[in-house]
Design a protein around this ligand. Structure first.
Ligand code: ADP
Ligand code: MG
Length: 349
């Protein structure tokens, strides 16, 4: 699980910047007609027929990822997913990424090769062309910035602002797994510090650990909604926890919301992990984060089209803005949602 210290090390200086870029990017085929020029000139050239959708993220070692339990291949894969998720959250189709890295001399060529293996796998699985980036050194640690680009026809782009009172609030997949996976990995890291010979048995936690280390962006949901002929009215991806994303939808759409606690979808292994760690599962869904599921509203008339679909769960409905945003608990009390989850000290009547 933790880094093997006896691996081969080729220092980055040996290759030089151009040699390094060429080496790292040689296994990235160009697959889209819209890619007129990828890597190798002063700029890439794209030819999108539709609206262009762009999103970028910067990941910093020690702030956004911990390499003591995050293998570099997974980091590369996840960094791409985080960006694609934002494109899908606009109901657009991602086609291109750029990747910029800054690495300290702690990172040999082999480490960057591993990182790019993850990036390459993500590009292959999601049909993405790598079209450029930048490479430089850092005095400390690894920084990774990815920009994703995609396209969609104007009428089908979905913003955070389109929700209306009485819309149904829908979420894809299940929630809280990535956060519980992180709890397991953090615990094993502490055990490892005390006893470096310990071999963690992560098998019972494989789903939640995988959701933390290897999340998948929900391209399939964008495709599913299109196939079902359901156009979401407002949409956002869940990177910071259900609660703060609901509040973003409410604020941008100028509506309120009732979220029903008993409707929040969980995998059974998340429930057992929350019991083991003595954490409230609702709290984990509301404030855990890194689920990368899609959260959206639909018109009530579209309910029949999504009813019973195993990938989609109706978890609430939008209200007039004057009603505010609330969690309706299993005990049928109404608690205001806050960006941190909910405010248990200010129950409203
Ligand atoms: P410039 O000096 O014009 O910025 P670079 O020498 O930095 O050009 O980059 C040369 C080419 O390699 C460009 O097409 C650039 O987009 C691409 N590139 C540079 N670094 C990376 C990287 N880490 N990953 C992918 N492509 C890269
Ligand atoms: Mg450059």
């Amino acid at each position: 699980m933790l880094a093997d210290k006896n691996e081969e090390r080729t220092s980055l200086e040996k290759l030089g910047e151009f040699g390094l870029i060429e080496h790292l990017t040689k296994n990235f085929p160009i697959t889209h007609k819209s890619t007129r020029k990828g890597i190798g000139d002063d700029a890439a050239v794209l030819n999108y027929k539709n609206q262009t959708v762009i999103s970028t993220d910067l990941l910093v070692e020690g702030v956004h990822f911990d390499l003591s339990y995050m293998p570099l291949k997974h980091l590369g894969y996840k960094a791409v997913m985080v960006n694609l998720s934002d494109i899908y959250a606009m109901n657009a189709i991602a086609q291109h990424i750029t990747v910029s890295i800054a690495a300290s001399n702690r990172f040999p060529l082999e480490a960057l090769e591993e990182l790019y293996e993850g990036i390459a796998l993500a590009c292959k699985n999601y049909s993405i062309d790598l079209i450029g980036g930048d490479t430089t050194s850092s005095t400390k640690g690894l920084l990774l910035s990815i920009t994703a680009l995609g396209q969609q026809i104007e009428e089908d782009i979905v913003y955070r602002k389109g929700a209306q009172p009485n819309d149904l609030l829908v979420v894809s997949g299940d929630l809280g797994a990535a956060y519980m996976g992180l709890q397991v990995l953090e615990r094993e890291k502490e055990v490892f510090k005390v006893n470096p010979n310990s071999q963690p048995d992560l098998e019972p936690y494989s789903y939640i650990v995988e959701r933390q280390l290897k999340p998948e962006a929900r391209k399939d949901i964008v495709e599913l909604l299109k196939q079902l002929e359901v156009r979401p009215k407002a949409m956002i991806d869940i990177s910071d926890g259900l609660s703060s994303e609901i509040l973003h939808l409410c604020k941008n759409s100028n509506v309120g919301c009732n979220l029903f606690e008993d409707k929040i979808p969980f995998d059974p292994t998340v429930i057992s992990a929350t019991e083991e760690f003595k954490i409230d599962s609702t709290m984990v869904a509301l404030s855990g984060g890194e689920d990368y599921e899609l959260l959206f509203t639909i018109d009530q008339k579209d309910f029949d089209k999504i009813k019973g679909n195993p990938h989609l769960t109706v978890i609430g409905h939008m209200t007039d803005v004057s009603e505010g945003a609330h969690l309706i608990t299993r005990a049928n009390t109404k608690i205001p949602l806050t960006a941190q989850g909910w405010n248990s000290f200010s129950e409203s009547e």
